[in-house]
Design a protein around this ligand. Structure first.
Ligand code: AMP
Ligand code: ZN
Length: 472
């Protein structure tokens, strides 16, 4: 049974999907006015691990992630760039898809764009209007939060305090109450707009997610996620809009990832510690290590990004690769004579511990804590020849099962699939020949020369394997 920490009610809950065997998941996607940063990617990787864990447990998952391609930021960005909104946002949505692919994030079942769902948003606003939750002022439509008694139930916000502190700062005088929020914004000159019963305008950001989630996942679905900055006002407003329109519960479980910080500080352009995936890979070209680092901290704890932590992640990933690789390439060479290492029993124990750690509100570090002692035992048994070919196969499959969630081995497979330059192949062959004639000085010389070029060789019972050295 998967247990999840529901932000709504701040409780650890036993999770069971509303429709048995089918998890419906909405994950707030990027606002495509800029390239995503590694903080955004932390949240996307958390959501990926969540979907993979459900799938590993035999559930079908329908994940929907929106692209916010019209809002204040995208409109301002397009104006500054002198581009039509769609051209401006296309560049950043392409970059977003490239980044999540580079981190081996499984594609969601749908990526609806806000600009393609304006009629659904207008419908939802009409439903709210019919139930008395909105009012119009100067061509904009506002949600009157005093009509929704549950307002604040997600974030626990103290509305009376908000009213006092925000009154001065708020410049939207047309609202009856500063706490009300826009569901439809009247068009300003030069801005993209759509026709509506209230005149030309555009949707507010919050209504986008209410309309698109309910369209694709139904009016009552299982899980809605984002990072902590989404709790208020975005998700609080989504609840008010969706439940205000339907009169019944919207989402069962709300999950929020904590932020990624850099060297203990908030990531900010002004501090020079604001990183995109390209920035990180330019310094250390190891996307597997980035993915690993992002999932190595429980999603509800702040993740402190440091270059040392990334180097540590690279070592950990390399350990997973190396173990999996020698089992794959040389496991059969261990022979079929039964050996004493209880591979089947240990693999089962490991997978049980791994998956129950993930059942516990997706405790990824605890799951990794089950993996590493297992790898150590397997390597030891391999080196001491207490592992037979069948055991090696069982252990390899166990590592692959865990990696269905971790998702790091495919990086390695891809890297190994890249053909080696012919001259390096030739050097490896020359070294093998030198070893055969027991010319160890020559074979060591070639090995050192290859190492200097970033190719590391390891001699194993069934032959020699090579890998690229982890970048430094
Ligand atoms: P945005 O593009 O700002 O709409 O953000 C996309 C997703 O990334 C949202 O779920 C945000 O809550 C999340 N997010 C924003 N900043 C961070 C951060 N520093 N760490 C983790 N997640 C973040
Ligand atoms: Zn959203």
């Amino acid at each position: 049974m998967v247990k999840l920490q529901n932000t709504l009610g701040r409780r650890l809950v036993d999770f069971a999907p509303l429709e048995p065997g089918h998890v419906r998941l909405y994950t707030c996607g990027p606002t495509v006015y800029n390239v995503v940063h590694i903080g955004n990617l932390r949240t996307f990787v958390f959501e990926d691990v969540l979907r993979r864990h459900f799938r590993a447990g035999g559930h079908r998952v329908t994940q929907v992630m929106n692209l916010t391609d019209v809002d204040d930021k995208t409109i301002r960005g397009a104006q500054e760039a002198g581009l039509p909104l769609a051209d401006f946002t296309a560049k950043y949505s392409d970059a977003f898809f490239r980044d999540i692919r580079r981190l081996n994030v499984q594609p969601a079942e749908g990526y609806p764009r806000a600009t393609e769902h304006v009629p659904e948003m207008i419908d939802l606003i009409r439903r709210l209007d019919a139930r008395g939750h909105t009012y119009e002022s100067d061509g904009s439509v506002y949600f009157r939060i005093s009509t929704f008694p549950g307002y604040g139930k997600l974030s626990g916000i103290d509305l009376d305090r908000t009213r006092r502190s925000e009154r001065v700062a708020d410049d939207e005088y047309e609202k009856e109450d500063v706490r009300d929020f826009a569901v439809w914004k009247a068009a300003k000159p030069g801005e993209p707009s759509w026709p509506s019963p209230w005149g030309e305008g555009r949707p507010g950001w919050h209504i986008e997610c209410s309309a698109m989630s309910m369209k694709y996942l139904g009016e009552h679905f299982d899980i809605h996620t984002g990072a902590v900055d989404n709790v208020f006002p975005h998700h609080e407003n989504e609840i008010a809009q969706s439940e205000g329109a339907t009169g019944h519960p919207f989402v069962e479980v709300w999950l929020h990832a904590e932020h990624l910080i850099v060297d203990g500080e908030k990531m900010a352009k002004s501090k020079g510690n604001f990183y995109t995936l390209d920035d990180v890979l330019a310094r250390r070209d190891d996307p597997a290590a980035v993915r690993y680092l992002l999932l190595s901290v429980p999603y509800r704890k702040k993740l402190n990004f440091t270059w040392e932590a990334l180097a540590g992640a690279a070592v950990a990933v390399d350990h997973i690769f190396t173990t999996w690789d020698r089992l794959t390439d040389f496991g059969a060479a261990l022979g079929s004579k039964p050996s004493p290492f209880p591979a089947e029993e240990r693999s089962e124990e490991f997978l049980r511990a791994f998956s129950s750690a993930l059942d516990d509100d997706l405790n990824t570090p605890q799951a990794l804590g089950a993996l590493f002692p297992f790898l150590t035992e397997i390597n030891k048994a391999f080196d001491e020849r207490t592992l037979d070919a069948k055991g090696a196969e069982i252990a390899r499959l166990a590592i692959e099962t865990a990696d269905k969630v971790l998702g790091v081995i495919p990086f390695h497979v891809e890297m190994r699939a890249e053909p080696l330059p012919a001259e390096i192949e030739a050097q490896i062959a020359a070294r093998n020949a030198a070893r055969k004639r027991r010319d160890f000085a020559e074979s060591d010389r070639i090995r050192d020369e290859l190492a200097a070029r970033g190719i590391v060789l390891e001699d194993l019972p069934g032959g020699t394997r090579w890998k690229k050295a982890a970048p430094v």
